[in-house]
Design a protein around this ligand. Structure first.
Ligand code: FES
Length: 143
């Protein structure tokens, strides 16, 4: 603790701590470039607790793209629902609804597995961001 002019006490902080705070602030402005691996930080704000689709809208082996939330909901096997960001990690186009458990990006042809969101075919090198969901009644809800 340091006593500054005027008599008020100031905590002693080092250069590293100041740079750390600046780094956090800069990262907060450009979340996508921070590489924190925190997928939750990249999810659509306000989506938690929302019914994003009805189970009847999501066929087994297929799925549906919900434009409002920029999300794709899949049912890779009967009764198992998954949700991913519909935004392709290559250049941000929206992937299409899955067919035969594969989501395809119409822009450059990347393909993603409907059960994990993992990239199967490039040029995308990253996976689709996954959302945790559960079924409540006939709705699929982000948790
Ligand atoms: Fe999807 Fe390029 S934007 S493959």
């Amino acid at each position: 603790m340091t006593v500054a002019e005027g008599g008020f006490a100031m905590p002693a902080i080092g250069r590293r701590e100041v740079l750390g705070a600046a780094g956090v602030a800069a990262c907060g402005l450009a979340v996508a470039g921070c590489g924190t691996g925190d997928a939750e930080a990249k999810q659509v704000p306000g989506i938690k607790g929302q019914v994003i689709a009805k189970t009847a809208e999501v066929p087994v082996g297929g799925g549906t793209v919900v434009r409002k939330w920029k999300i794709v909901v899949t049912q890779p096997t009967a009764g198992v629902y998954k949700a991913f960001s519909a935004l392709c990690p290559h250049r941000g186009c929206s992937v299409g609804s899955p067919e035969d458990n594969v989501m395809r990006c119409p822009c450059h042809g990347s393909e993603f597995a409907a059960d994990t969101g993992q990239v199967m075919t490039g040029p995308a090198t990253g996976s689709l961001i996954a959302y945790q969901v559960r079924v409540e009644g006939d709705g699929i809800v982000v948790v």
